[in-house]
Design a protein around this ligand. Structure first.
Ligand code: SAM
Ligand code: SF4
Length: 345
């Protein structure tokens, strides 16, 4: 294979998606994620991030997801979106954002749309104040109520700004943890059905080392589907190639749900995702050990050789053999993982 051809990894998987974290900070402290209160040293500049995106697109990435920490905390989010637009001519087809939504007011939603954002996924783990407070690390139910109101308002702002749920441009993520918010499955499904939103139910994952993850707290995707199907019958759509979610639609044609079964039904076999942290460290797996990241900063100096970054990323991708979620099923686990808010989900 030529050095310039888009690489496939050691298991034959192409690069398709770049998940770029803009900040490791967050204005919430969800106990299953537990972000750092501060940024790592060596945050990338907008110009450096743009070079990372350009290079990933040149290596085959067609989709960019901006994440964090909380990406709406980043003052240059809109500038970043504007700066990557020319890459649509090079093969970038889809630009998405994952956010907790608490800072998404009407102006910001319009600004994101105007800057060229295609899709937003908002995260919300409960449909009442007490559940939201518990899952978001807030001190009391009234703080949870205010957060819930802010996210519900954000859904409206995003819709009004042109992010159409019917076109897949607005979705809701919820992490479900047994004993903490599994009673919210039906309320969240009802909330999303009422809004025409796809609810993406995420199995609680062993990302990072701080959340005290235990398999007993995982509600499997099949259990989640069963419980919703018993109330509102579902039929399967399936998982898109390289996708993370198995999608289901309600038989009454009122929309659908998706389940991300990273623990119970891993989808490593066609994983096409590269992750780059806010300080420019590249990881090829959500469950990677901190030491396995490749620091891209040596190739991101303003005077650096522009082909160096491409060679470094291509080399990283070609050498990739990650299939941690599949391996977790046959081993006791216990690996040291980089933190979720650092990696960006
Ligand atoms: N702050 C933004 C948000 O919450 O949407 C973006 C970053 S957050 C790390 C991205 C996604 O990862 C969120 O939907 C969050 O719920 C999910 N997440 C975080 N920790 C998780 C865990 N341990 N298991 C499963 N999903 C997790
Ligand atoms: Fe913040 Fe998102 Fe992590 Fe919650 S999941 S603490 S909102 S980064």
């Amino acid at each position: 294979m030529s050095a310039l051809a888009p690489p496939t990894d050691g298991l034959g998987r192409p690069l398709g998606v770049l998940r770029l974290s803009l900040t490791a900070r967050c204005n919430l402290a969800c106990p299953y994620c537990l972000p750092d209160g501060q940024e790592p040293a060596g945050l990338l500049s907008l110009e450096q991030r743009l070079r990372v995106v350009e290079t990933a697109v040149a290596l085959g990435a067609h989709s960019l997801r901006l994440t964090g920490g909380e990406p709406l905390l980043h003052p240059q989010l809109e500038s970043m979106l504007e700066a990557v637009q020319p890459l649509r001519m090079q093969g970038l087809r889809d630009i998405a954002l994952t956010s907790n939504g608490t800072l998404l007011n009407a102006n910001r939603a319009r600004a994101l749309r105007a800057a060229g954002l295609d899709r937003i996924t908002l995260s919300l783990d409960g449909a009442d104040g007490a559940s939201v407070a518990r899952m978001a690390g807030l001190r009391d139910p009234s703080a949870g109520e205010r957060t819930l109101d802010a996210v519900l308002a954000a859904i409206g702002h995003a819709r009004e700004a042109g992010f159409d749920p019917a076109a897949g441009a607005l979705k809701l993520n919820a992490v479900i943890q047994r004993g903490r918010n599994d009673d919210q499955l039906l309320p969240l499904a009802e909330l999303c059905r009422g809004q025409g939103l796809e609810l993406r139910l995420i199995e609680y994952m062993d990302v990072g080392n701080r959340n005290g993850w235990s398999p007993a707290e995982v509600v499997s995707a099949s259990e989640m589907v069963e419980r919703i199907d018993a109330r509102w019958p579902l039929e399967t759509i399936g998982r898109d190639p390289h996708g993370t979610a198995h999608r289901w639609r309600y038989r009454d044609r009122t929309g659908g749900i998706a389940v991300v079964a990273s623990v119970s039904q891993p989808f490593c076999g066609d994983c096409n995702r590269l992750r780059v942290t806010a300080d420019g460290v590249a990881y090829t797996c959500l469950f990677a050990a901190p030491s396995s990241g490749l620091d891209l900063k040596p190739w991101l100096h303003p005077t650096g050789d522009p082909t160096g970054l491409r060679q470094a990323l291509a080399h990283l991708w070609r050498g990739r053999h990650d299939r941690y979620s599949e391996e977790r099923q046959t081993s006791a686990g216990g690996r040291n993982h980089a933190e979720m808010a650092y990696l960006g989900g």
